[in-house]
Design a protein around this ligand. Structure first.
Ligand SMILES: [Zn+2]
Length: 181
């Protein structure tokens, strides 16, 4: 069983516009801005033997303003830019009451089955509380970036930037290996 790093898409892998204190997901490739600074950091995680899975809520599907074609084009670009093993999407709206819309842990659980992951040794990176809550329910360690959306739910670490998050994960990995040995 392998450990993974789950990475929220909007705000971590791509830049997200902020309107009225909320992040707005890009809907087309033209609007989509990859966070280039994250590329070498994800490569470090990959080199450390971690599986990398992007996870994203895209309710625009159910609400009718996000097309499959545009989403595929954005995710093709993500796959070409980052060493991602998978990109998992919740296409549902709040009212669908699905098990995969974060803060529910469905995307993490699904990836766990699909990739035979050890969720207890896996990590979640985000700038939003919903991912920390999904991590807690699934048994993963959550690392949040300081942001207006950290909220009051349980999280394991809040750090100033993605560099600090990646260094923390690599240190935790080393410490766990030492304990296991
Ligand atoms: Zn869903």
């Amino acid at each position: 069983m392998k450990p993974a790093v789950f990475i929220e898409r909007d705000g971590i892998l791509n830049l997200a516009r902020v309107e009225r204190q909320h992040q707005v997901s890009p809907l087309t490739l033209e609007e989509f801005r990859v966070n280039e600074a994250a590329v070498p950091l994800l490569k470090k995680l990959k080199a450390a033997g971690l599986l990398l899975v992007a996870i994203t809520n895209q309710p625009g599907f159910s609400r009718g303003y996000q097309s499959r074609r545009d989403l595929d084009r954005m995710h093709d670009l993500l796959s070409r830019t980052f060493p991602l093993d998978d990109i998992l999407v919740c296409p549902h709206d709040e009212i669908d009451r699905c098990p995969c819309r974060k803060p529910k842990p469905g995307l993490l659980v699904e990836a766990g089955f699909k990739w035979h992951l050890d969720l207890d040794r896996s990590f979640v990176i985000s700038d939003k509380w919903q991912d920390a809550e999904a991590a807690r329910t699934a048994g993963c360690t959550s690392l949040l970036l300081e942001s207006p959306w950290v909220g009051n739910v349980h999280h394991d670490f809040v750090l100033p930037d993605l560099t600090a998050v990646v260094e923390k994960i690599l240190r935790l990995r080393t410490a766990r290996r030492a304990v296991a040995a």
